[in-house]
Design a protein around this ligand. Structure first.
Ligand code: SF4
Length: 282
């Protein structure tokens, strides 16, 4: 059994939050460079070029890429042979978020209750945590900062098997179309298909944690992703909704077994201009 002090988790989360907000990940930057080359609309091209400049300035000046510094979501894969000492895992994660958002001058975007007074917690806590037990004695944390604009335009629907693949594809494309400029395109589209009402949203979010443009290992899913990105980019929404070919940088689909009577689908949108994702293994 390996033991790590909980302060290691706090320090790692603090670093993840700061880096994710200040520095665009290499796959995001590369996707924007390719998109700027491919975009045919002059205004769309200009928007993409300005967003690349925004990433450059944020990195050099160590300021956030966007004023909405997001809800912190962490997928933690915890090895079964790992033991945390010195406190609770969730407290350590939230302490890391607190230190990053207060010390790093990142906007606090979380309110303590969804209706009523909605008081700001003033340190961007609590984070949303998804815990998974895995083999081994290591901890891998994948952190996303999810902006309100893209999160608000995400959707889930309980389709039935009769709706079939066409029903799924239409729902995904309609969701991106309805989002229009509000999700700050170009977006990354995370799609979850299968599971249950509660798990399909998490699956869609997990789909966003794949490297942009990475190929799914299942050929059928590859085909679905290919068709979806084509249909989405044919919508003509374009960068920031100013029109153009590049509405999505990538579509990532993940599937899970489901009930014989069910076909749950969830679409979680991530804004490209502030696609903040970091991963660490301890
Ligand atoms: S959706 Fe993303 S890019 Fe748009 S304001 Fe929110 S965090 Fe920023």
């Amino acid at each position: 059994m390996r033991e790590i002090d909980i302060s290691t988790v706090t320090e790692a989360v603090q670093r993840l939050c700061l880096e994710a907000n200040y520095v665009a990940a290499p796959d995001v930057r590369k996707a924007f460079e390719l998109a700027a080359e491919r975009e045919v609309s002059p205004l769309g091209k200009q928007v993409l070029t300005q967003l690349l400049e925004n990433m450059r300035v944020a990195e050099v000046e160590r300021v956030p890429m966007c004023q909405d510094t997001g809800t912190v979501v962490i997928f933690a894969d915890i090895g079964q042979d790992l033991h945390f000492s010195g406190g609770l895992f969730s407290d350590a994660v939230n302490e890391g978020v607190r230190r990053a958002y207060t010390g790093g001058y990142l906007r606090s975007s979380i309110v303590d209750r969804p209706v009523g007074k909605r008081t700001n917690t003033r340190d961007n806590t609590p984070a949303v945590l998804h815990l998974h037990l895995v083999d081994g004695d290591q901890l891998t944390m994948t952190m996303l900062a999810k902006g309100g604009g893209a999160e608000n335009m995400s959707q889930m629907r309980m389709l039935t098997p009769g709706d079939g693949l066409d029903g799924v594809l239409n729902f995904v494309v309609e969701t991106v179309e309805r989002a229009g400029p509000n999700a700050c395109p170009p977006v990354i589209v995370g799609v979850g298909i299968g599971g249950t009402f509660d798990s399909v949203g998490t699956l869609a979010k997990q789909a966003l944690t794949r490297e942009i443009g990475s190929e799914h290992d299942d050929p059928q899913i590859q085909e679905i992703e290919g068709e979806l990105i084509q249909r989405i980019n044919n919508l003509g929404i374009g960068p920031h909704g100013f029109g153009g070919r590049i509405t999505a940088l990538a579509v990532h689909v993940e599937i899970a077994p489901t009930h014989i009577a069910s076909l749950p689908v969830a679409v979680n949108l991530q804004c490209g201009p502030a696609a903040r994702l970091r991963r660490v293994t301890i």
